[in-house]
Design a protein. Structure first.
Length: 270
């Protein structure tokens, strides 16, 4: 079992594992199109419904792949839409003598993308699955990581239905919020005022923890790199037949091997 470190043999840390043929998808060179057709086949017919969207997702280890899939899916999704632009500014604590205000123009700040905050330009569509990026109201189920389906769009607020959990089915209103990225690689702090949402046709494996789904596509353009990630991804599915895995290699062809990361000292310290 991948949960106790035995999948892939006795090797500690990184072990090579073979994926069962019935779970594999061929890439045919266009891995995004292939996995989208498997998980969201209804989009090729130009339609979808809320119930289908609630229980389907594509998972990947890295945010760049997730963003690429979400952009691809958003282009496929034909529905009423609205694009919201953020208001970005350098935090006052990092604006010594106004130097940073001169260096970091609004255009520069608008182009920054970081984990935990929405992009400057956020296009939402009726029926789009989204994920909440901030805690708003725990009693209502509005916590960081909550999935929702967009039901109505307006200029200053977004209406959405909660997916999963004790509050599943509840319709809520999401306001704009001011957010500061926690990425320590940035040499300064900036503030972005935007709806605390990101599209979640696809999401990172780490963000999927706690979700129970019927159809999952696992896109491993890059192998997992964190202890237990492969187990987390595989255990999101309620039935093994709903899990499909695509492992494109450098030549664009698919592979049937991937890496499982397990550190045995984690279990020894329990």
């Amino acid at each position: 079992m991948p949960g106790n470190g035995t999948l892939g043999g006795p090797n500690d840390s990184h072990a090579k594992v073979e994926i069962p043929k019935e779970m594999l998808l061929p890439s045919n060179g266009d891995y995004i199109s292939t996995i989208v057709d498997s998980v969201f086949p209804m989009f090729r017919q130009g339609g979808s419904d809320f119930q289908q969207m609630e229980n389907r997702v594509i998972l990947a280890p890295t945010l760049d792949v997730v963003n690429a899939v979400n952009e691809y899916m958003s282009d496929l999704h034909v529905a009423e839409s609205q694009t919201y632009l953020s208001c970005d500014s350098v935090c006052k604590s990092d604006s010594t003598n106004g130097i940073l205000y001169d260096m970091h123009t609004p255009e520069f700040l608008n182009g920054l993308k970081a984990s935990g905050i929405p992009n400057h330009s956020l296009t939402l569509k009726i029926g789009s699955p989204v994920m909440l990026l901030r805690n708003i109201d725990h009693s209502m189920g509005l916590c960081n990581g909550t999935r929702l389906i967009i039901t109505r769009l307006s200029d200053h607020v977004v209406e959405a239905k909660i997916v999963g959990g004790h509050n599943a089915g509840n319709v809520v209103l999401i306001p704009r919020m001011s957010m500061t990225p926690t990425d320590t690689r940035l040499p300064f702090k900036f503030q972005r005022r935007q709806f605390p949402l990101m599209l979640s046709y696809a999401m990172t494996i780490n963000k999927s923890q706690g979700q129970t789904l019927t159809h999952v596509g696992l896109l491993l353009k890059k192998p997992v790199f964190v202890h237990g990630q492969l187990y987390v991804a595989a255990s999101r599915i309620s039935n093994p037949s709903g899990l499909k895995i695509l492992i494109p290699n450098e030549g664009g062809e698919s592979s049937n091997y991937t890496t499982n990361v397990v550190y045995h000292e984690v279990f020894n310290n329990l």
